[in-house]
Design a protein around this ligand. Structure first.
Ligand code: PLP
Length: 407
């Protein structure tokens, strides 16, 4: 299928809306939804809604099939081997918390350590800080060097025989960098240490194959890949998930309730980690979003986003008083910058006054802001495949106007 941005835009009601004159460049926060996803949610609640797993009637059986088929679509999309390795959660944050709680309960010994990096979103930092605190352990941070890259020698030095896990982002939500996942995983595995990849910013912009990169856990949120809010995914290797305790306790996840907690047994994977009524409609919405992306063709969507990103970087380079933080490639299609005159908040407000949606501040990445010495944070624009060169031109023109009016 040939890529045509005008046609793509017609698929997204909020983007195509002629009433809402908005240039939406806040896709890293959440993406807009194609009509097929909105329709799938409506259709589910209109004609297919029933609780899953325990109903003998046709509507419940059909709803269960929709839910389980969605799991299969997700498994294929990220290249996992088994359906039971795909756990539905609320979002990336919950997926990481499950691992930080359940994995660490078993595998993080008292006084042990977890390694994460200076690049992380708070969701891939605080759960580990809490886990280390529970085990009187240490959270070690792999620093980024001045050139924005990680030193694999330093990683080697940080890992020791008390390291339980390495947690690293697939792509930085703050500055767009792509850590060298394969190298990190290779080094960690050489020390028998598993790796969790926070895929929240990677999933929509890069081909993901969890089996090829051989990560042990992978997490993402549906709402960042054109799906609904309220649902996320935790991929985990079966061998680890089997050994981990449940995270939530309640309906569906129990096998037999014993006299004591110790004699109580749990359902098999993935149900062990899916206590209570799940968001079935959102699971259907997510699989519909992934099917939509597959039909458009991930390769051409990603290539288009990269072209727009490179174009934006070039244009920003020529605006006086604007400094882009980290211009590296490869990167995900988000760009952060600061102004020599205005605070990030002021720029974001002025852009908003011109109908341009951006994001500003610390971007849930305080350790990185501290490292970069950015007290007020950054302004971030983030691109999706429905954005156009004209939108980028308008954004850059407005930014230039804002800057020059005060220079
Ligand atoms: N990790 C990264 C890299 C993110 O960018 C985000 C959200 O922006 C998260 C985790 C948390 O995602 P959610 O809020 O969907 O749980």
């Amino acid at each position: 299928m040939t890529f045509n941005v005008s046609n793509i835009r017609k698929d997204f009601p909020l983007i195509d809306s002629h009433c809402l004159k908005l240039i939406y460049l806040d896709n890293a926060a959440t993406t807009q939804k194609p009509l097929v996803v909105i329709d799938a949610l409506t259709e589910y609640y209109k004609n297919k809604n029933a609780n899953i797993h325990r109903g003998a009637y046709e509507l419940s059986i059909h709803s269960t099939d929709l839910y389980e088929n969605s799991r299969k679509v997700i498994r294929k999309f990220i290249g996992a081997h088994k359906d039971c390795e795909i756990i539905f959660t609320k979002n990336t944050t919950e997926s990481i918390n499950i691992v930080a709680y359940s994995f660490c309960e078993t595998f993080l010994k008292m006084g042990g350590n977890i390694i994460t990096t200076e690049l992380e979103h708070h969701s891939n930092y605080l759960p580990w800080l809490a886990a280390c605190s529970r085990k009187s352990g240490e959270l070690r941070l792999l620093p980024i060097a001045d050139d924005g890259f990680f030193s694999m020698t330093l990683l080697e030095r940080l890992i020791d025989n008390k390291t339980a896990l390495v947690a690293v982002t697939g792509a930085s939500n703050a500055i767009g960098l792509l850590p060298p996942l394969k190298d990190i995983i290779k080094i960690a595995h050489a020390h028998n240490v598993p790796v969790l990849v926070d895929g929240a910013q990677l999933i929509a912009h890069s081909f993901v194959d969890v089996s090829a990169i051989d990560c042990d856990f992978f997490t993402f949120s549906a709402h960042k890949i054109y799906g609904p809010t309220g649902i996320g995914v935790l991929y985990g290797k079966e061998a680890y998930l089997e050994k981990m305790h449940p995270y939530n306790y309640g309906g569906d996840m129990v096998d037999r309730i014993g006299e004591t907690f110790g004699t109580t047994t749990w359902q098999n994977l993935p149900t062990k980690f899916e206590a209570g009524t799940q968001d079935v409609g959102a699971a259907v919405g997510l699989s519909t979003a992934l099917r939509y992306i597959n039909v458009q063709g991930t390769t051409c969507l990603h290539a288009y986003e990269q072209t727009l990103t490179q174009y934006t970087l070039k244009r920003l380079d020529s605006i006086k008083g604007i400094t882009v933080i980290a211009k590296h490639s490869p990167r995900v299609p988000l760009i952060s910058f600061i102004s020599s005159i205005f605070s990030p908040y002021d720029i974001s407000m002025l852009l908003a006054a011109h109908g341009i949606a951006s994001r500003c501040g610390e971007l849930c990445a305080q350790p990185l802001m501290k490292k970069l010495g950015l007290k007020n944070g950054l302004i971030r624009i983030s691109i999706a495949f429905y954005n156009t060169k004209e939108e980028i031109d308008r954004f850059c023109d407005v930014l230039e106007q804002i800057q020059t009016s005060y220079l």
